[in-house]
Ligand binder design. Sequence first.
Ligand SMILES: O=P(O)(O)OC[C@H]1O[C@H](OP(=O)(O)OP(=O)(O)O)[C@H](O)[C@@H]1O
Ligand SMILES: Nc1ncnc2[nH]cnc12
Length: 236
Amino acid sequence: MLRDSHLLYSHTRHPDARKGSLLFFLPFTSLLSNSLHTHTTTTTTILTMSDYTGQDPRLHAIKTKIRVVPNFPKPGIMFQDITTLLLDPKAFKDTIDLFVERYKGKNISVVAGIEARGFIFGPPIALAIGAKFVPLRKPKKLPGKVISQEYTLEYGTDCLEMHVGAVEPGERALVVDDLIATGGTLGAAMDLLERVGAEVVECACVIELPELKGRERLNGKPLYVLVEYLEDVSYP
Ligand SMILES: O=P(O)(O)OC[C@H]1O[C@H](OP(=O)(O)OP(=O)(O)O)[C@H](O)[C@@H]1O
Ligand SMILES: Nc1ncnc2[nH]cnc12
């Protein structure tokens, strides 16, 4: 059965949309300062691969391993499937390493991973930076006492829960998920952590769907992403 949250997927581009390109990660400051060759079309601005010389080569490899599955879990949705990234040990390791390089030595004591795919990326990052891992789960999955945070979706609401006592006041937290779309999920995760007195240092995702403006729901909290999905694109 589809949960309400799956309705969000209808924001993503229809599979019949014109083929474009995937904009893979570039720090936004360098994105602004680089002189990019752009090709403006009626629907989007395409940035070609040659525009990103100087990028960390690991990012391109990671991008190519993420499969886009049209019409999943419902018609019109372009599903960003990270399971194909996990099949490639080097690309998976590079993904983790990029996060670890960013967060090691930043005095982060807790990595909070969001169910379900934040449970894949969060734990190896936590182990590598010497932080504990705390799962933020969908309702009625955690056995202990929980605090809950509802969040709004385009239609309806959803909820994340965290064990009471898992995070102490004053801890420095990193929130990890595979993808940000509308930002509702990350926003709820941050709310949970801040309600128990933790400081959210940053949110980290592998993929951003920038057209859904999820960053705007993060109340200015920094978000670090590796790849941005702008348009339909063919994958090997
Ligand atoms: O930015 P948002 O619009 O909130 O969407 C992002 C969330 O959507 C996906 O999870 P999903 O809701 O599909 O749950 P699942 O991982 O349990 O399948 C994804 O893994 C994020 O957690
Ligand atoms: N297009 C998409 N692919 C994967 N997960 C998502 N969560 C919300 N939109 C998504």
